[in-house]
Ligand binder design. Sequence first.
Ligand code: HPA
Length: 278
Amino acid sequence: MSVELEIAAALAVIRRSVATEPKLGLVLGSGLGAFVDQLAERVLIPYRDIPHFSEAHVPGHAGNLCFGRLGEATVACLQGRVHAYEGHPVARVVFGVRVLAALGCRAVLVTNAAGGIREDLGPGELMLIQDHLNLTGRNPLVGPERPDSPRFPDMTEAYDAGLRSLGRLAADELNLGLKEGVYAGVLGPSYETPAEIRMLRTLGADAVGMSTVLEVLELRSLGVRVGGLSAITNRAAGLAGQPLKHSDVEEVAARMRRAFVEFLSRWSLLVVSEELGG
Ligand code: HPA
């Protein structure tokens, strides 16, 4: 079955539960799914109930498509995502964001947990993603040319300048320190070696993680505006003098939940009011 038909089948099931078109999509990374508690009139659809959605298997990742109202608009959230390191084909990794685009989202905010490489990016910091390095060795656009996307999509402004300005505005309004930087997306699942972190720093990376970049390539090829946010959960390998553990990443993500949710809610509200022409 073609991916287009798979998306149509997924939409048919989703639209049985939700009639309104979402203005904004969100992808909620490791331990960051609590954002959905901010939404009014929530409708939660487990991935397992949607045809062709893959379930998330990583601890800290729920697996639900969640709709709700934020201000005057409906938003759609992927609460948990699938990763290439789980062995999923790239087409599965980006299936969820393709569904967000097909539902009508013209802007998507993508979030993740990441390791800080730049000196000032320690555990607990929020980093607005300025740009990325795709070091996964994958690209979701490999394959025959598609009717819905150009053969050679431009990535000069993968992370939309307007959405980044709204992110800075949200941080100002909340009086919250927001960093900005370049996210390096790697395949994982092993954490990096200290030598790899030195290499990434030389290449211009400020933070590193195992998600996001493939979804962003897919969304940009579909013409969707993208904003990116990293919750820095740890100093990258070799910078903290101790081994990295997923349980530590989860623990810091949990501690960051309140600030993360507060910021993401404010940012999302600014984005939907702009999308509504307000
Ligand atoms: N490296 C890769 N992915 C991550 C990290 C890290 O240090 N922290 C959270 N996700």
